[in-house]
Design a protein around this ligand. Structure first.
Ligand code: ZN
Length: 256
């Protein structure tokens, strides 16, 4: 969606609102409520990558009929990643790892092992800053490029897929992605493994909701994710699901 005409319409509506308040045709509280509701709307559309408001993200592929799903792990590579790799190997599953650049720098051998074992790696920015929603376009481009650079130095690959930290996509991230040309990989099944402290809830949530074509969001820097993974992989095996890389699920090119 083009943001500029949208912005102009919003500013025009705001001035009409101010005029209506000025001529006492509406209460100032009505204007305040509308402005707050709009800010809340902005927050929702910027933090829900699945809504595809600013960019078209690959969130699921419900056209698949063969039980394929995609397990995705964010925020590594870390020590836990090694255990995850061992379990994926044991159950003959492939996954996608959206890596943070500074973690690749810290754990280059683990990054290389992810690649050697045939999993996909994607860009998750260099620093995964909590200020992601407030960065300027150029700063977002730098975050993406620095992550790609270290991935190339360590793994000899040029990442083409991107997962936004915290799922944040706003007009600045949108412009940055147009510049870098990365494809956005979202998700449609969130485990809440990074927020909730309950292995049981996380596992049950996935098992209860899973459907062929789903993209499941997990975090490899979370110990409880490692602890539930074997049960999850067993469930997938016993229920004719197969975890594949996101480039296979969506027929994309992971690298250029
Ligand atoms: Zn993240």
């Amino acid at each position: 969606m083009s943001y500029k005409p949208f912005n102009i319409v919003v500013i025009l509506l705001f001035f009409i609102g101010v005029l209506l308040v000025f001529f006492k045709l509406i209460s100032i509280w009505l204007l305040v409520i509308v402005v707050l509701a709009y800010l809340f709307f902005l927050l929702l559309i910027s933090t829900n990558v699945q809504w595809n408001f600013f960019v078209k993200a690959y969130n699921n592929n419900h056209t698949v009929t063969n039980g394929e799903i995609a397990l995705t792990f964010d925020d590594g590579p870390v020590e836990n990643t090694l255990e995850i790799l061992a379990l994926l190997k044991k159950y003959n599953a492939k996954a996608s790892f959206f890596c943070i650049g500074k973690q690749i720098k810290e754990n280059p051998e683990i990054f290389q092992k992810i690649l050697q074992e045939g999993h996909l790696v994607g860009n998750h920015t260099f620093s995964h800053t909590r200020k992601m929603g407030f960065l300027r376009t150029q700063q977002v481009i730098e975050e993406i490029n620095r992550c790609n650079k270290i991935a190339f130095e360590v793994g000899g690959i040029n990442l083409k897929t991107f997962r936004p930290p915290f799922g944040i996509i706003n007009p600045k991230v949108e412009r940055a992605l147009i510049s870098t040309g990365h494809q956005v990989i979202g998700w449609n099944l969130r485990s809440y493994d990074g927020i909730l402290n309950s292995k049981n809830f996380i596992l049950k949530r996935i098992i209860k909701n899973i459907k062929p074509g789903d993209v499941i969001l997990l975090h490899d820097n979370n110990l409880q994710t490692v602890e539930i993974l074997e049960q999850l992989l067993l469930f997938l095996q016993n229920n004719n699901y197969r975890s594949v890389r996101v480039d296979n699920l969506f027929q994309l090119h992971a690298y250029s």
